[in-house]
Design a protein around this ligand. Structure first.
Ligand code: WT7
Length: 629
């Protein structure tokens, strides 16, 4: 990519990778650098529009950027119908393996047919353009069909991760004012059943807006079906109403496609809003160039559809590219630690995209489990969710990738919708670095004053150019959108991460600078865990922080003050962990809960989590001038 000798440990792409890559790298970077709007426009032109846009970007009302002005399209049309009209009609769009070994697959034709049928079911439930629909399921094809069906009729989907629990689901139903909830009876996880419908029933007792609940049968255990509210998906899909013809709603490029809740610094999770036009162009182009998807490839992104990675790189990006995607329902190591490697061999997966926490988890079981299977089909690897430590990177490269597969370390966020800093197949790699901004993006690292920092200095990671898949706002809260992302450094998008840039212009992400905790790559807010803790009768006050963990990256540690009349016992601590699991979800369960007499606070009463963290790590807490005596 460059003639210059790069510093540090560098892994260069092979001739073969370079020769076949979709991205002719230098060309792409230099085109986008000269004319970034032209670059995005040319990517948009590869997709289908009912009416072409008048203008690529409207930045007259910053930071409320708009893309592809007056363009009319529908992302689901581009994901399915377009391919049904070309040579991909019989190509596998999606194939799936359940944890229990069940297998299903969908051609583009079949996926469109089922999507249309389900879209008609939704319409018959009174779902109209702009209505919100919540989806709460495990990793099963119906989750994807439900998302695409919403998109087809212009409804706004809000997928809630199946690992979340009662209060997390309730909050999201309430905030989005969803009319319909699509849920599975349960999900298989590690040989057990997660009782999704039961959790949903409890959440629905707290939420009032849902009129209909559509239930997908996956696990088949006895569940409660409330007459007049709950209906079986498989029964509805066989009614005459579920016709396989369903007109596509013509959407404006800026019409909402989905809400996805994510954790921020304060209070409740916020709903990030993405649109049909810009999000489509962004996920299409990044998926094509970074994963270098070829017609014959089989692509596996291990993420859950309940997170942005699932939205962009299980569902939309691959389908827009006419790719073949694989999804797997269950736990990575069930029933044995080579489950993933078995499936890679069995299905001939060419591209594997996963998270550092999974890689570290597999490392623990040793190389032999990987080597039992033939992984020679793999050509490209990906990593996402948190910084990948060089040790895990090298293991992934060597043991999984057989030293022939470049690793795409993709840095991005729920808010960015698409990859922002990432390697491409042609990029010389440095283990642990996401390398460079994707073409067309201007990224920087700045100090408190918003000035670029020196090479290798740590600072705030910011983005200086708008991009098509950027979030448009926080649902129902445009002020928070401006305040949280655009106010600290005027004119720059604040990512919430700290980073440094080395002498070769490579970016190294350090971590969050706010109260977001990344546990096994999952994004959680200190505030959510704390509010779950104080909703227990025994807890007066709580503070939650993330501390380094060998496999999870970070683990949650909580500090609580008990109400009078309660005593610290092992049972109470265990009850509290269960309580957080029940309210937020198993991923939010604190590793450790410590009972304390007081918490460090500012004079205005805000908990100084930074001080707690420094104390726990035995490091200098920095400036504590605002600390209350
Ligand atoms: C945060 C966003 C969108 C991907 C899934 C997570 C961290 C994400 C990387 C990476 C270092 C990463 C950042 C970011 N992060 N990818 N490759 N290297 N850090 O999306 O849940 O919105 O979390 O994940 O801290 O801000 P998310």
């Amino acid at each position: 990519m460059t003639e210059k000798q790069l510093s540090g440990e560098v892994y260069y792409p092979s001739e073969e990778i370079l020769k076949n890559a979709n991205a002719k790298c230098q060309k792409l970077y230099s085109f986008a650098e000269k004319d970034y709007l032209g670059f995005w426009e040319s990517e948009a032109s590869n997709l289908n529009w009912f009416k072409k846009w008048d203008k690529v970007l409207d930045d007259s009302n910053k930071p409320f950027f708009q893309w592809f002005i007056n363009g009319k399209t529908n992302i689901a049309y581009n994901c399915l119908d377009v391919h049904c009209e070309n040579f991909r009609r019989n190509k596998i769009a999606l194939f799936w393996e359940g944890e229990n070994g069940d297998i299903r697959s969908f051609s583009y034709f079949a996926l469109r047919r089922d999507t249309c049928r389900f879209a008609n079911v939704l319409k018959s439930m009174g779902v109209n353009k702009g209505d919100r629909v919540t989806i709460y399921m495990g990793r099963i094809p119906e989750a994807i069909i439900a998302m695409l069906a919403c998109a087809r009729i212009g409804a706004i989907h809000s997928v809630v991760y199946g690992g979340f629990s009662v209060e997390a689901l309730h909050e999201r139903l309430e905030d989005s004012q969803s009319k319909v909830l699509i849920v599975a009876d349960g999900a298989f996880q590690r040989g057990k059943i997660v009782e999704l419908k039961k959790i949903a029933d409890e959440a629905l007792q707290r939420a009032a807006t849902v009129e209909s609940v559509l239930v997908v049968k996956r696990t088949g255990q006895e569940i409660n079906m409330e007459f007049g509210r709950d209906m079986w998906y498989h029964e509805l899909m066989h009614l005459p109403i579920a016709s396989s013809r369903c007109d596509i709603e013509v959407m404006d490029a800026e019409d909402p496609l989905f809400l996805l809740y994510t954790s921020g610094t304060t209070g409740k999770p916020k709903a990030i809003l993405h649109t049909h036009g810009g999000y489509m162009v962004g996920t299409y182009a990044t998926c094509k160039y970074v994963f270098d998807i070829h017609e014959e490839d089989r692509f596996w992104c291990t993420a859950d559809p309940g997170w942005i990675t699932g939205h962009s790189y299980v569902v939309y990006g691959p389908l827009l590219n006419g790719a073949t995607s694989f999804i797997y329902e269950g736990a990575p190591t069930y029933p044995y630690p080579n489950r993933w490697w078995q499936m890679i061999e069995k299905y001939g997966i060419n591209i594997l995209y996963t998270a550092p926490t999974a890689i570290r988890g597999f490392m623990r079981f040793g190389d032999a489990w990987v080597k039992r299977n033939n992984l020679s089909s793999l050509r490209l690897l990906g990593s996402v969710g948190e910084p990948i430590n060089p040790e895990a990177w090298k293991w992934y490269y060597k043991v999984v990738g057989g030293e022939r597969c470049p690793i795409m370390d993709t840095w991005w966020q729920t808010e960015t919708g698409m990859f922002m800093i990432t390697s491409m197949p042609c990029t010389p790699l440095k283990p642990g670095s996401g390398t460079k901004p994707f073409p067309g993006l201007q990224v920087d690292i700045v100090d408190e004053g918003g000035n670029s920092v020196n090479t290798n200095d740590e600072g705030y990671l910011v983005i200086k150019t708008p991009w098509p898949a950027m979030l448009r706002t926080i649902w129902n809260n445009p002020d928070a959108y401006v305040q949280q992302y655009w106010s600290k450094f005027p004119g720059m998008y604040m990512t919430g991460d700290s980073a440094r840039r080395d002498e070769d212009g490579y970016y190294w992400i350090i971590g969050r600078v706010d109260d977001v905790i990344k546990v096994s790559g999952y994004r959680l807010g200190s505030a959510e865990i704390e509010s779950a803790l104080v909703s227990h009768p025994s807890v007066a006050e709580a503070a939650a922080i993330g501390l380094p963990h060998e496999v999870k990256g970070n683990a949650i540690h909580a500090f609580i003050i008990l109400r009078t009349g309660y005593e610290k016992t092992d049972k109470l601590i265990e009850d509290l962990k269960q309580h957080v699991g029940h309210e937020v979800g198993p991923i939010a369960k604190p590793e450790q809960i410590e009972v304390v007499d007081s918490l460090p606070k500012t004079r205005s009463g805000k908990i100084m989590r930074r001080v707690l963290k420094a104390h726990a790590l035995g490091i200098d807490p920095g400036n504590i001038s605002t600390l209350e005596e």
